[in-house]
Design a binder for this molecule. Structure first.
Ligand code: PMP
Length: 292
């Protein structure tokens, strides 16, 4: 049996889940999305993801024809329909079908679809040994042009950076902002640790305010660490004691080499490892429960 996709209020087979070639989500990247995880029948930070989805849509003046509670319910029902205990959930709202011009007023009805599937995890090796990443030439979008806080279907900025990383044989890229400060990675936020102080770039550095980022900041503070949102350069990053990335898909992933510079001892740091353990516990204990 194939997977069931939520499509505008109905659950259909994957083969029938289709979008028009006139949908502006496809023609222009005009739409918004979220990536959400469930762990053993607990959806992690569901409300936060739905809030962010609606905020992204609000800025784009894209009116989602569902109340937030209905959207949450649709996510839970999609998990049930697919009998998934552990899943990666993708919620997408497109501007809908229009004509070939940009004008969003031509798109009368947004399309909503939700895909819940098994999680494709990064190889275990990266969590054990740490990741090598590089800085790439493509800068993060400047907020004055396209604010990275809008989680839109237009991800070309990130894709260009990802291609540059892959071309250099690494999995992730550090993107700088237009001032040359470290912003974030292509699909993850970045943290550095120096003298037990945990530092991450602030939203004004031009980043997506990650939900995992917020959860990790809270965990770290609860564990007694000082956490600071401040801008930093590559020089400071190269000389950090520890570095890690956060994201819904990656969770917390240690970084041990950046632009060929070894970070700290060249292996996942002690604080990073303790935060990884705490994060794992959190995903097992907090979330919106559903039953299969
Ligand atoms: N930055 C970017 C550009 C992203 O696409 C993501 C993944 N959604 C993140 C950071 C991490 O955000 P979150 O923890 O909410 O998944």
């Amino acid at each position: 049996m194939g997977i069931k996709i939520y499509m505008n209020g109905k659950w259909v087979d994957k083969e029938e889940a289709k979008i028009s070639v006139f949908d502006h989500g496809l023609l222009y990247g005009d739409g918004v999305f979220e990536g959400i995880r469930s762990y053993d029948c607990l959806v992690f930070k569901l409300k936060e993801h739905i809030d962010r989805l609606y905020e992204s849509a609000h800025t784009l003046m894209l009116e989602i024809p569902l109340r937030k509670e209905e959207m949450e319910q649709a996510v839970l029902e999609t998990l049930k329909a697919n009998r998934l205990r552990d899943a990666y959930i993708r919620v997408v709202v497109t501007r809908g079908e229009g004509d070939l011009g940009l004008d969003p007023r031509k798109c009368k009805k947004p399309n909503i679809f939700i895909i819940a599937d098994k999680i494709v995890l990064y190889p275990e090796k990266y969590y054990r040994e740490g990741l090598e990443i590089i800085t790439v030439p493509t800068q993060r979008n400047i907020p004055e042009a396209l604010n990275p806080q809008i989680k839109s279907l237009n991800y070309l900025n990130n894709i260009l950076a990802k291609i540059e990383a892959i071309n250099c044989g690494v999995e992730e890229a550090i993107m700088l902002n237009s001032f040359g400060y470290v912003a974030e990675c292509t699909g993850d936020n970045i943290f550095m640790i120096k003298n037990r102080l945990i530092i991450t770039p602030p939203p004004y550095a031009g980043i997506l305010k990650g939900i995992t980022r917020a959860a990790v900041m809270e965990l770290a503070e609860k564990a007694g660490f000082e956490v600071k949102e401040t801008i930093f350069t590559r020089h400071e990053l190269y000389n950090a004691d520890e570095c890690f990335l956060t994201g819904t898909a990656a969770e917390i992933i240690p970084v041990v080499k950046i632009d060929s510079r070894v970070i700290g001892e060249g292996k996942p740091g002690e604080i990073t490892l303790s935060l990884m353990r705490k994060f794992k516990e959190l995903t097992k204990s907090a979330g919106v429960r559903y039953s299969l």
